[in-house]
Structure formats: C-alpha cells, structure tokens
Design a protein around this ligand. Structure first.
Ligand code: HEM
Length: 319
C-alpha cells in the first residue's frame, strides 16, 4: 500500500466540512482484507480514536450537522456516480462486518451471542439502506452513465462477482437462518426479506425488465466465479486488497459515512423525481421506514464497527 493511501484514505475524517476525496462527491479508493483473511494486528489508527470520532460525528449530526454544504455546481451525474461507487464500497464493508459476526456466532454464548444477533440484524438493515441509496439514481443517469460503464469493463459484469458477498450469500438468499438468539429471528428474517424486496424494486425501477432478469438469474446461476471476475469487480469499484487493521477498516467506513450523511442532508435521498413508475416493491411502508431510517442506521453500523453499542439507549424492536 502506498504511503499516500495510508495517510489519506485510511485516516479518520475530521468533524468539520466535506473532507472526502479532493472535491465534493469525488471518490476514494477502499482497501479491504481479502475475504476470510484476518485483520492486521496493528495499523495507523487506534480503536479508541475511531470511537471518539464516531461519537463526535454523531453529536454533529444531532446538532443538525453544522457542516458547510458542499459547493453547488455538481451535476446529478457526478452525484449518482459517487453514490453508485461509494454506496457499493460501504456495502462491501457491511458485508465484511456481517461475515465477521456470522463467523463468531457459533462459538458465542450469553450476552455475546445476544449482542452479535442484534448486530447481524443491524448490518442487514444497513445493507437495505445502502441498496436504496446506491440505487437512488434516476433511469437517465443509470442507463446513460452507470450501466454502460460496467458494460465497458466487461460485457457480463455482474453483482455475483463481488468478492465479499459469498460469506453472506446464504443469509441473503434466506436459505438458513443463522443461530441468532430466538428473540432476534423474526426481526432478522424481516430485514433479509426487505433486502430482497428492495433489490427487486431497484432493479425494476432502473432497468426495463430488471425484475424478471434478476429473478431468472438467481434461479439459474451457480455462484462459483472465476477469481479474475472478482478482481475486475474490485477494480471497477476502486477497491484494493491489502493488510489493514480493523480500526483502519472502520476509519474508511467513517470517512464514507460522514460523506453520505452530508449528501443526504444536502440533497435528500431522492434529489430528482423518478423518471418512471415507482415499482410496487418500493411503495411498501417498510421501504419508506427504511428510507427514513437510513442516516440513523448508518450511525448504528458505524458505532458497531468501532466497538460501541449500536445505540446509547436500550433497543426498541418495533419498526
Ligand atoms: C443498488 C445497488 C445494487 C447492489 C449493491 C447489488 C448487488 C448485487 C449482488 C450482491 C448480487 C449477487 C446476488 C447473489 O449472488 O445472490 C446481485 C445480483 C444481481 N443483480 Fe444486483 N445489485 C444492485 C443493483 C442492481 C440493479 C440496478 C440491477 C438491474 C437489473 C441488478 C440486477 C442484478 C441481477 C440480474 C443479478 C443476478 C446476477 C446476474 O446474473 O448477473 N442489481 N446484485
């Protein structure tokens, strides 16, 4: 890893104005461990610092995010491109956090198992939000810019190539509920179902025939992929594999989470009206609730990532 990546892309964000990339809605490379590989024991960031910054960012958000809005002048194309790439990067981090929690679950008991169980539900919830955020583009930008860019890299570019997805695939396909505590099974099942519903909804919103395309592919496709495809996928989403510590991964999440929070505050989740029909899957009340919960959900994920409880208060399950 080059020194520049280490000093900028892995550094903690400050709590002032926009500090992601070189300009508002620019991009940054993400460095993740290979799936299944352990984190480095030490890195350039300490866990206690990630916790402090997380708390401070949350306080700034509660106070109304007293952060100067990024200068106007950006185009919807740049904004949605930022969301497509950065939203995917955040999803990769969530999948990794989820995979870590799932791997720890079988040997956990008592309060650790309970905490892991609620964290798993939160991660799935966070991914639901990221599907909405990443897919918030209108059809014009998706079909004019985003889709052709994937096609240009590979004519069969596919979400199934994501390297961090296989460890969590069976959870999202609803094949087997992990050994979470009994009281969490219903909430987790609900969030998994919601994630599939949103994926269908976003595919159908952005691509004519997207819903049936997705349905057909999921029933037909086997999931083993040649490794090179995973690397093409990583390259497209500016993701490199390297040895990073857990706090360095959290720092990269916090950098993005802050940028997303500013974006959502400045532009809202849907900055332009839909240029097509809103699919039935996205018109359901649980999707609206997820849209409204997006910024808060990201904070809960960030807190869990840095080793804090998801909220300061005891959890209320009603949603
Ligand atoms: C919004 C961000 C999106 C994310 C994070 C995402 C993620 C994924 C992932 C992880 C898979 C693999 C599922 C598995 O192996 O079980 C997948 C598959 C798929 N996705 Fe998405 N997706 C997104 C948007 C879309 C959109 C807009 C479409 C439009 C049609 C789409 C169509 C598909 C299809 C057809 C597959 C099946 C795999 C294939 O054969 O290519 N997705 N997606």
């Amino acid at each position: 890893m080059s020194r520049a990546v280490e000093t900028i892309a892995l550094a903690l964000p400050h709590t002032g104005g926009w500090d992601f990339s070189d300009y508002p809605y620019g991009l940054e490379p993400l460095t993740l461990p290979q799936p299944g590989e352990p984190y480095a024991a030490r890195g350039s960031v300490e866990q206690s610092d990630t916790q402090e910054i997380c708390r401070r960012l949350q306080a700034a958000a509660h106070a109304g995010f007293e952060i100067p809005e990024p200068p106007v002048g950006h185009t919807m194309e740049r904004l949605f491109w930022f969301r497509w790439i950065t939203g995917h990067q955040v999803s990769f981090i969530i999948w990794r956090l989820l995979a870590d929690a799932l791997a720890r679950l079988p040997s956990a008991s008592g309060s650790e198992r309970a905490a892991l169980s609620t964290a798993i539900t939160e991660f799935v919830r966070g991914y639901c939000g990221m599907l909405l955020y990443t897919g918030s583009s209108d059809r014009a930008v998706y079909n004019g810019v985003i889709r052709p860019s994937m096609y240009r890299l590979h004519s069969t570019f596919s979400g199934t190539w994501a390297l961090d997805y296989p460890p969590v695939r069976s959870l999202f396909r609803g094949r087997k509920t992990p050994a979470v505590v009994e009281s969490e099974v219903e909430a987790l099942t609900r969030e998994v179902r919601l994630s599939n519903q949103i994926h269908f909804g976003v595919a159908s919103k952005l691509v004519t025939g997207g819903r049936s395309l997705l349905q057909r592919s999921i029933t037909e496709r086997d999931t083993a992929q040649p490794r090179m495809w995973g690397e093409v996928f990583d390259c497209y989403f500016l993701t490199q594999r390297g040895v990073v510590s857990a706090p360095e991964m959290s720092a990269q999440l916090l950098r993005r989470q802050k940028a997303l929070a500013i974006d959502l505050r400045s532009n809202g989740l849907y900055p332009v009206p839909a240029d097509g029909e809103i699919p039935r899957e996205l018109r359901r009340p649980e999707v609206t609730a997820c849209e409204e919960d997006l910024a808060a959900s990201l904070f809960r994920i960030a807190r869990l990532a840095v080793g804090l409880p998801a909220t300061d208060r005891p959890r209320t399950v009603a949603r």
